[in-house]
Design a protein around this ligand. Structure first.
Ligand SMILES: [Zn+2]
Length: 189
């Protein structure tokens, strides 16, 4: 099944694209959720490296995925100038960080990396959190933003020169909101 997030108008670079894709498994405008149904979710999760081949996520896995997704969305909204995430919003990420083990791995070229140990859904999600950590260090993280349309909140990577990007896609959200404001202004006149 094709998913909107499979073709991003404003894709993040490198591994950060995986974090963006995960956040965008929920289309808030239509209410469609790629991770709501276990069988349907399995296909996406396996392709995204968040689930072992042939596995099916349990209800508990889907619950963890949904809450971690909203935590990450809260971080990305903060990147867009929104409020700092609350303790409740950070809690799923903190539980993930506290509960899933990671270890150091030395690659063939000598590159030292931190990698999750297990292969459960929370372990794989820890891998996404490690990508966030890398992006926070290399400076790319702050450019992963959330659409200013509150009904949308799609995650997009802001490549604009002044880093002032506001919309997931100007053709849809930006223009839609602009038209709405325009109509409201006209009415108030
Ligand atoms: Zn949008």
């Amino acid at each position: 099944m094709q998913w909107y997030g499979d073709v991003e108008a404003k894709p993040a670079p490198g591994p950060l694209r995986r974090v963006q894709a995960f956040i965008n498994t929920l289309d808030r405008e239509s209410g469609q959720d790629r991770l709501a149904d276990p069988a349907d979710a399995a296909e996406w999760l396996i392709a995204a490296g968040l689930l072992d081949d042939g596995a099916v996520p349990g209800r508990a896995d889907l619950a963890v995925l949904a809450e971690v997704r909203e935590s990450l969305r809260a971080l990305v909204i903060h990147n867009t100038g929104g409020p700092a995430p609350t303790a409740a919003q950070l809690d799923p990420l903190r539980r993930l960080a506290a509960g899933a083990p990671a270890r150091l791995v030395v690659g063939d070229a000598g590159a030292v990396e931190v990698a999750p140990v297990g292969s459960s859904v929370p372990d794989r999600l820890l891998g996404l959190l490690l990508i966030v950590a890398d992006a926070q260090r290399d400076g790319s993280w702050v450019h992963l933003k959330s659409c200013a349309n509150e009904d949308c909140r799609w995650a997009f990577y802001d490549r604009s020169r002044n880093h002032g990007g506001t919309w997931c896609d100007m053709a849809s959200c930006g223009n839609k909101l602009k038209n709405r404001e325009f109509r409201a202004r006209r009415r108030s006149r």
